[in-house]
Design a protein around this ligand. Structure first.
Ligand SMILES: [Zn+2]
Ligand SMILES: [Zn+2]
Length: 97
């Protein structure tokens, strides 16, 4: 299946540890890829749609003027806005506080 004509979505990689000593681990589902909105196709985790990495390489910032969105920045330099449901947003707030 081709999500993006001409460019395949990146494989999902799980990132652990802290910069610059990131640990890279393939997703347990080897067919897992990352869609354009940052959702891994198989496991549903959050990951970078540019490089496929998800985990401690990602930093999220709530967009206060966009009630249902968070900005996610990856250590590769890619950043995107991810829409979230209000309940998920609340749990993100609780986790950061
Ligand atoms: Zn995955
Ligand atoms: Zn990235």
């Amino acid at each position: 299946m081709h999500w993006f004509p001409g460019s395949a979505p990146p494989r999902h990689l799980k990132i652990t540890g802290a910069a610059p000593a990131f640990g890279f681990e393939r997703c347990e589902d080897q067919s897992c890829t990352v869609a354009a909105d940052g959702t891994a196709s198989s496991c549903g985790r959050l990951a970078c749609p540019s490089c496929g990495c998800g985990g401690t390489n990602l930093a999220t910032a709530l967009l206060l003027d966009a009630a249902h969105g968070v900005e996610v920045r990856c250590s590769c330099g890619f950043a995107w806005v991810r829409e979230t449901q209000p309940s998920l947003l609340l749990s993100a707030l609780a986790a950061s506080g």
